[in-house]
Ligand binder design. Structure first.
Ligand SMILES: Cc1ncc(C[n+]2csc(CCOP(=O)(O)OP(=O)(O)O)c2C)c(N)n1
Length: 607
């Protein structure tokens, strides 16, 4: 029995293929790009998506390998709101598990799409790319589904018509799983049997807009009482502040409601470390990213000495060590008494949206905040950064801050895990057109993500610059040599995409962060390695810069150059050349270990 006999000829004739339906759903969720690597099980999917590209739709970008495709999709989710990754069966999808774990942890809606054997192939014989020791007595097809499922993700293999004439619901299932990712800000994994891509599926009628996806309204009661409670506390406060967390990162509407609220009543705001880069740190009310003793901004003084009421919004429900000053007991907001916690438990933070909408309707006095002196850095910072004119981790952030202060065009910083990551917390960021000017995976902390992330940032900046020629924003990667060597095959895509990036290559010839011994495992580089020849192969330009002034001059030149520009900084893996954050962390660890001098120095800093 065909559909025709079941629902009639008119219905039958308007049926799309699954591939068409998937393209439509991907575009509905804002997916203009997919990062991936091909393979035989993905060939039909690629053909279907390529057809969409030819109609001016989705663009497929090849990555250097699947893990990088996954990481680029994560970056895409960070800046576009949704990420899409396409791979072949098992050999292609399994390398994405690290990116998927990152997406689970960082709360990123990434759709991992994998080709799969045809339904007609299953149960006939063992299929290549499956995990199949030669002593197996049965075939296994679901290992990738199980692997992603073990990460706590929603996984599904789409299925075709079970019986002739019965409805094929694959298109609808695809929509439902992708919308789960969108609503919950979590990745999903979908396998698509290759014989289903061109099979007809039931047509779907998409909602009029993303706002109209069902079940996304606030179901938490008591908003009015919460608003009243905040109003009472505000009326008793002299120096209130907002403390903003990273759950805001996908919610532009809520971000702008909060900023409107802050500006209307002159209430200053700080972010957690993990929410760094979401707001313009040059804005008069912005106190920067706060993390107890590790905070370098002038805003810290207001938070620790003046603030008498904190509205804590969208921060983590479970305390995370790095975000609460590594449990040093110096994070004043963590233990602040007069605080309202608005964690945001509803889908798409609708509960927070109604609270801020409610607050904006009320009559609140405007507070007398004055302004933070945005030019000063804290005393400890200056003291701890002192170390001569050589550029190194101890003064890198300050050097970049000097450059950014003089340059109206934002730098979009991409710090790699390692010393670069810690040093980057002292960067003061402008607001980028991308809505993010500091982008990494701060909690999961996977090394090897920065170039796949920077690729996406550079692509988007190029797209924007095509529409707004005066836009001069720049992707700036800060990376150790170990981290660079993890992923430098991704450089080919900057050449192919004709995009621009400045890479600050902090060369110390070791995996320094976390190094505990001198074993060969820490030696990630060779003294003879010539990074300039490598950059040249990618048609890029580079220079070794030793002094701060040389660095500043060349950084400005890089900004004018297209393609890959790299600044090699000879970094010394010694204590004096560490960033303030790491010096403090090391001091804390030593004092915890009972070293007398460290105990005294830590006491002096914290009392
Ligand atoms: C995928 C992954 N592997 C290992 C680590 C552990 N790790 C964190 S930092 C680091 C060393 C970084 O060395 P490098 O990139 O040279 O930068 P440096 O700290 O020397 O500046 C390592 C191995 C990690 N975070 N992620």
């Amino acid at each position: 029995m065909s559909y025709e006999m079941n629902f009639g000829q008119a219905y039958n004739e308007q049926l799309p293929t699954l591939g068409e339906s998937m393209s439509e759903v991907i575009r509905f969720f804002g997916g203009q790009h997919i990062y991936g690597v091909g393979g035989d099980f993905a060939a039909n999917l690629i053909a279907a998506l390529d057809a969409d590209e030819q109609r001016g739709g989705i663009k497929i970008h090849p990555s250097s390998n699947e893990m990088h495709a996954g990481f680029s999709a994560c970056a895409q989710a960070e800046i576009d709101g949704m990420g899409f990754c396409l791979t072949t069966y098992m050999v292609g999808s399994l390398p994405c598990t690290s990116a998927a774990a990152l997406a689970v942890t960082e709360g990123l809606p990434v759709v991992f799409i994998s080709g799969a054997p045809a339904e007609s192939e299953v149960n006939q014989l063992a299929i290549h790319h499956t995990i199949h020791p030669n002593a197996s007595w049965k075939t296994e097809y679901d290992n990738a589904l199980e692997a992603f499922s073990a990460l706590g993700m929603r996984v599904e293999r789409l299925q075709g018509q079970r019986i002739d004439g019965h409805p094929n619901i694959a298109g609808q299932r695809f929509y439902q799983i992708v919308s789960e990712a969108y609503k919950n800000k979590q990745p999903v994994f979908i396998e698509v049997p290759r014989d289903q891509v061109f099979a007809k599926t039931q047509p779907i009628k998409l909602p009029s807009s993303l706002d109209n996806i069902c079940c996304a309204s606030n179901i938490l009661a008591g908003t009015e009482l919460i608003v009243e409670n905040i109003l009472t506390k505000l009326s008793q406060a002299k120096a209130p502040m907002l403390y903003l967390g990273d759950r805001l990162k996908h919610n532009e509407a809520l971000k702008s409601l909060i900023i409107t609220f802050a500006e209307r009543f002159n209430i200053p705001y700080a972010t957690t470390w993990f929410a760094k880069g979401l707001f313009d740190e040059y804005a008069p009310l912005c106190l920067g990213a706060y993390n107890g003793i590790f905070t370098q901004t002038e805003g810290r003084e207001y938070i620790e000495k003046s603030a008498d009421y904190v509205i804590d919004v969208a921060t983590s429900i479970f305390p995370q060590d790095c975000n609460i000053a590594f449990s040093t007991g110096t994070h004043k907001i963590e233990t602040f008494e007069n605080k309202t916690l608005l964690k945001g438990g509803s889908l798409l933070e609708k509960d927070l949206v109604v609270i801020f909408e409610g607050l904006l309707e009320k009559n609140i006095k405007s507070f007398d905040f004055g302004t933070v002196d945005q030019t000063k850095v804290s005393k400890e910072n200056t003291e701890l950064s002192a170390g001569g004119d050589d550029v190194d981790f101890n003064n890198l952030a300050q050097t970049l801050n000097d450059l950014q202060a003089q340059d109206e065009s934002p730098y979009v910083y991409l710090p790699e895990v390692g010393n670069s990551y810690f040093a980057s917390y002292s960067l003061k960021v402008r607001q980028s057109i991308l809505g993010r000017s500091w982008l990494t995976n701060p909690w999961y902390g996977a090394m090897g993500t920065t170039l796949p992330y920077a690729r996406v940032v550079a692509q988007r900046l190029k797209q924007y610059a095509e529409q707004i020629p005066e836009l001069k924003e720049r992707a700036v990667v800060i990376i150790g040599d170990g981290g660079f060597h993890f992923q430098l095959n991704e450089l080919i895509h900057f050449l192919k995409d004709q995009t621009d990036v400045t890479i600050i290559y902090m060369r110390n010839n070791v995996f320094h962060l976390g190094k505990s011994g001198d074993g060969p495992i820490y030696h990630c580089n060779d003294k003879e390695f010539d990074v300039h020849s490598l950059v040249k192969a990618y048609q890029g330009r580079s220079k070794t810069c030793t002094s701060v002034s040389e660095f500043k001059d060349y950084f400005k030149i890089c900004k004018q150059q297209s393609g890959v520009s790299l600044i090699e900084v000879p970094a010394k893996p010694i204590e004096e050349r560490q960033s303030n954050e790491l010096k403090l962390l090391n001091l804390y660890i030593k004092s915890q270990n009972g070293q007398i001098e460290a105990v005294q120095a830590w006491k002096k800093l914290t009392t």
